[in-house]
Ligand binder design. Sequence first.
Ligand SMILES: Cc1ncc(COP(=O)(O)O)c(C=O)c1O
Length: 432
Amino acid sequence: MFVNDCLNVNENGHLTIGGCDTVELANEYGTPVYVMDEDTIRTACSSYVQSIAKYYNGNGLAMFASKALCCKELCRIVNDEKMGLDVVSGGEIYTAMKADFPPEKIHFHGNNKTAEEINMALDYNIGKIVVDNLYELELLNQLAKAKNKVVKISMRIKPGVDAHTHDFIRTGQIDSKFGFALETGEAMEAVKKTFQYNNVELTELHCHIGSQIFDIDPFVTAADIMMDFIGSIKAQTGHLITELNLGGGFGIRYSAADKPTAYDDYMNAVSKAVIAKSAQYNIPVPFIFIEPGRSIVGEAGITLYKVGGVKDIPNIRTYVSIDGGMCDNIRYALYKSTYTIVNASHADKAPDTKVTIAGKCCESGDLIQENAPIATPRVNDIIAVLSTGAYNYSMSSNYNRITKAPIIMIKDKTPRVIVKRQSYDDLIQNDI
Ligand SMILES: Cc1ncc(COP(=O)(O)O)c(C=O)c1O
């Protein structure tokens, strides 16, 4: 009935998640509230882990891209599921460390890591630093030298693959702030440069071609290009790259129109390309990393809001105002992202109208969705926005000094708070 497998409708006509009544959850925990289904997260984790076992003989590691959702409990769950972690800031490193995440299973990404963050990663013995530019390479070597360490590095490459995704989230092109371009020779120069430094050791290459991708072909093409580059590095320098990181980007269902590829099919096709290229260049099949973010947590989460004013502007549109907005979900304002909206109080009723869901922030662009089909919402109805598990809480802000919503995790039909609602005191705690 819904795109998300963890959702259903109960005898009261209310939407349920993981078997819990969303209207009751809204009453108990208040709104807005993020609610997540733990089994959905764990199933996604284990699909990736099993695919690596199946297609690479276990010679690889699936890493959760924690930018999609970073909090201590998520770190614990993905660790329990035998995944690694991709982090992009000191804050994400700190969260992982406080959740006792094994540092050797962490990759540190980012296009402008500060000296402070690099030192933090070195002190925690983070497994790998993914170098983004020459300035960073030199800085990292200097900082590692000062600590008398040799640090394992990966290098972010732009393979130049167009994954037919939204421009704002396309990162594999030459014109991207991330990584070294292949076409210009910049990437090969950077690889050679690493050999001049004594405190870094290049073992891995990395690429990430975009997000919310449904086709397998761009992933296969990117893998081919990366393997060709590994072949060229060996031919030109004699150096063997033994690890290949193919990033994340696997699409999820935001609406019924979205048809994601099964992870297994992706792994099957890409592994064939990697294995064939390894034979072509007469090198061992590299250890494979992948970095799914959205596809681990996206469909597991929903956001519940309470309807306030309904403003009907005849012949134009109906605004349905909710008690959250761009402060808890900025993706429509940022990318015009599609979401499925459900009247959780009347989830048994078919949509009979189309509305604009408006947030409460002081911005006309603070919308969650326009032209959304829904069963007519009335004041105090609970509205659910589906597939909000990724890049919602992690992108949330305190704009207009609105407090951040809590995250409730459901397991065995039992809800538990994994992130508390911010209080007004939390808001002013750093004000002098
Ligand atoms: C380097 C890297 N890896 C992984 C991801 C996760 O992508 P997704 O959430 O689309 O799987 C991103 C997303 O921006 C990324 O930049």
